[in-house]
Design a protein around this ligand. Structure first.
Ligand SMILES: N[C@@H](CCC(=O)N[C@@H](CS)C(=O)NCC(=O)O)C(=O)O
Length: 251
């Protein structure tokens, strides 16, 4: 059986899980322990990031490489169109989702931890003692991005980086809403890798409320203030949630 080394909370792992589900391929998830578990991952894959797929004797790191492998080896329900312009658009969008949405989403999530107690608490490991939980809340002010300015660019992200990421994501969400107003999916009449990449990489902007995503209940439906709750982007999140309902499998 296929084995996926992953973090449940990783949006790049989510992209692979979404495609595995769409292709109806059974797989076993192996949750990697941040830190120590990544040493084992390094031993098997030569690098320390998730996701990594083990398919028999083949080990593949990187979500894009994994999905290309799946597309080659398992032809049912292809996710990369064969028609040239659509294929080009699909591959471009996937790369844009990985490089732009994925990184900006990480920044805005970090930036909103200071303001959103539900996000902050949901992201703590479930076994965090109560005393540490309340300490995290009383330190919340210090998590606010404008407190980080003095830390410089070497530590976390500066408040300016976070504002910039926010602006980029607003523009991305506007563009996505415009495309999806006219068509059911981003590049074709059926879902493609572009849809799964964009939907998954937006995970940190608004966490999906779907049973297949095994994240703390407190996180489900929560998101980044000013993006997740902006009515202008409701159409995008409704589309994303429908993609989950139709194609993500609960087990
Ligand atoms: N380009 C990679 C990015 C993977 C990535 O950033 N993984 C993160 C989790 S979302 C990770 O493993 N972080 C741990 C680390 O860098 O040590 C892909 O598409 O798979």
């Amino acid at each position: 059986m296929l084995e996926l080394y992953q973090f449940e909370l990783s949006h790049y792992s989510e992209k692979v899980r979404f495609v595995l589900d769409y292709k109806e391929l059974p797989y076993r998830k192996i949750e990697v322990l941040p830190g120590l578990g990544q040493l084992d991952l390094y031993r098997i894959s030569g690098q320390r990031q998730v996701p990594v797929l083990k398919d028999g004797g083949t080990i593949i790191a990187d979500s894009t490489a994994i999905i290309q492998h799946l597309e080659q080896e398992y032809s049912t329900r292809p996710v990369i169109p064969t028609d040239s312009p659509q294929q080009g658009l699909c591959l471009l969008m996937e790369e844009w989702a990985d490089a732009s949405i994925g990184l900006n989403a990480r920044k805005v999530l970090l930036g909103s931890l200071g303001q959103n107690a539900a996000l902050r608490q949901g992201l703590l490991p479930p076994d965090t003692p109560e005393v540490l939980r309340s300490l995290t809340d009383s330190m919340a002010e210090f998590l606010s991005p404008d407190r980080w300015g003095w830390l410089g660019s070497g530590v976390g992200f500066s408040a300016g980086d976070i504002d910039h990421a926010h602006r980029d994501l607003r523009q991305n969400l506007e563009a996505l809403c415009l495309i999806l107003k006219e068509q059911p999916f981003l590049v074709a009449d059926t879902p493609t890798l572009a849809d799964f990449a964009v939907a998954s990489l937006m995970m940190y902007v608004k966490f999906p409320n779907h049973p297949a995503v095994k994240i703390p209940e407190a996180l489900k439906g929560q998101g980044v203030q000013g993006l997740a709750d902006d009515p202008h982007f409701a159409a995008f999140f409704t589309w994303r949630d429908r993609l989950y309902t139709n194609y993500r499998r609960s087990d």
